[in-house]
Design a binder for this molecule. Sequence first.
Ligand code: SF4
Length: 761
Amino acid sequence: MINQNIIWIGIQESEIAQTATLFSGSITIFGTNKNGNYAFDKEYNLRYNYNIDNDLWIDFVNQSARKIIQHYPNCLFILYYPMDVTYYDHIVTERIICSNDIHELDLWDNKFRCRDWIGNDIPTIKNKVCYSEKIKENIPDKLLDGQKFVVQGEYSCGGSETWLLTKDSLYDVFAKLESKKKYSISPYIKNNISVNIHLIIYQNEVLLFPPSIQLISNNSLYFNYQGADFITYHHLPKKIRNKVQHYSSIIGERLRRSGYRGVCGIDYIITQSEVFFLEINPRFQSSTFLLNFALQDVGQNISIQHLHMDAFMHTKCQFSIPSLKVNYSFYKYFYSYDNETALKYFEKNAKAFDEVLYISDNLSWNSELEDGTYLYKLVFKRNISAISHDFSLIIHPNLLIDKCIAELQNLESQMLELKIMLLSHGITMSLDAIEYLEQTSGINYEEFSALDLTINNKYYINAPYKTNLTQLSPFQIKIKNNTTWLFYYDTKLALANIRGIDTLSSKISRSGIKYSEFTYLGQDRLRIFHRLGCFFKQKECGCGFCDLENDNRKLTFETIKEAINAYENSPNIHHYLIGGGAQYPQDDFKSICTIAEYLKNKDSKSIYLMSLPPANKRTLNKLKQAGITEVSFNIEIFDRKIAKSYMPGKGEIPIQVYFDALKYAVKLWGKNGSVRTIFIVGLESKDSLLKGIEKVCKIGVSPILSLFKPIENTRLSHLLPLPDDEILDIVIRTEQLCKRYGVTLGPNCIYCEDNTLKITL
Ligand code: SF4
């Protein structure tokens, strides 16, 4: 490409890990300080917050460049962040290549001017630019009304100079605003998603790369760029993605005509219906390295850095780039003294987890670490975020290490919060706990990828295990003196017994079907399937969240009877559940009645039926006569449009069929919690969910809240549970509705509430 030694000047050495032999060396803030890398953090034994200007860094670049030039007198430099060029000594600047004119750069980097420049062509967020004094004078009254604003500096980026202005952050934000300086102020859009796209601009063409969703955290004051998710981007509505593409082509064309060359990024804020231009970043992006991963995946020995240089040397791209699929996401972590224990614990988990690539640019915890400095980043080959039904971004709960909704010092009064966290974060086990349990009771988790925990001998919780990034959970089972305990990071929380393996489950019946294929021994009940497989799976319209396999084998009553008899001496069984995959919606429930009658005649334990609602109300009389004592016909998703989309078969059953069956069931079994319906929390908007809950409460039915858990290899595996505080809010509101209408939150049994959002104190 260029027959001279090229040196990268950037932030992290890992930015150029996928650039093959393009660079002979690098000068970076974070790096190994080996093999041609000059790393500031190693030289000064200090990791500083790079969002804040640091003169030492500029000196370091100048000094390191001198050393490199002694070694490679003809070397050239390429900058990650070309706007720094004015600060460097001429010995550096005269060797910088592939950089745009600094005055032009200033226009594109200036957030205010850039919005004016592009504002007639592309929708931009409504904003006002004014002096800090004006903001301080005019805004406070509006904040009292509950309005929120975003205040941004002229050259803001990443985590610097972008603040959320609310009545709570007012004094902190005002303290940051410099007098006689201009800031832009815009209304805060609550439900929005931030998107970034890379462009490479040539003299005669513009290349657009796959966009990503930006993962931005905001505490009460700052917005912080934490990572990117290229996979979740594909789950945005098509019309939105088309707009991003269209607007990016327009901006790229304008940049091309203005003489801009090389790489740049464009940020947008998107809402459910519109895409708003936010800013141009005339530089490489934090997520550039993931595009380089993708280029490698398709066998291209080139990187975005190669293409950036190519754009300065040729009028059109000299490489043939196949259509690129970026199956990556990443999340990065910054130091905070308050979170040091959690950050170290999390780092240890991440390093031990083979589905994550840990990159730290040779972090040493012995260095001085400034608050806010970069520590490490994790790369995933899956999505780590999801778009909620109200169009906000959910970040995987296990990545948000500083979010805890429970006061752990006061656990007994916060068991609901703990349960919510355990259900959504899942759990890990220390190696010695695994070894101990394997040698004693065995570990029962494979059926539902979850552990059955009993906390302090009285709370039952079914915590996801070895699935959906639970390997990064802050909760861990550890063993001390042959007793298993639940820990949150390093804090011991409670005694935690773990249910062992049911040895009968692996037995093969006379018909050749394993017991575990149609029975499941829970904490205190035996679940019996009335059939194998599911009618809707057979018709290829199964639910998007269900991993039940299609199974056409016939399950006879004789086989079911055999298993029931085999379990008859089990001390754990206090009641029965008849459930399993859905049957034909017009089914007469004969086989279910046969099982119920058999159980009724066997002993006096209660029999719970969970099934589709019978099409004919009279069937319910037969079920009662057969011995069924409790029923649940699960609405699951109240918003029927979403129900049809997520459950293309079951969602077609009219909601009225559910209500007719539930209403009649209340007549037969009473308004005492014996008639229930499950709602899945996280598959529809909160409003719609609560409407559905209220409607069933009104007719005397007990709602059960089941948290949505993404299951691998299902159509909805890309979704994530709601944030913990949202889940808590839904539970609290549901409890209020139950109280208002005099029904109980289901289920009635404390053992069976283990996988529901209920805890009986
Ligand atoms: S009805 Fe849906 S959730 Fe139930 S077994 Fe069939 S596919 Fe699974």
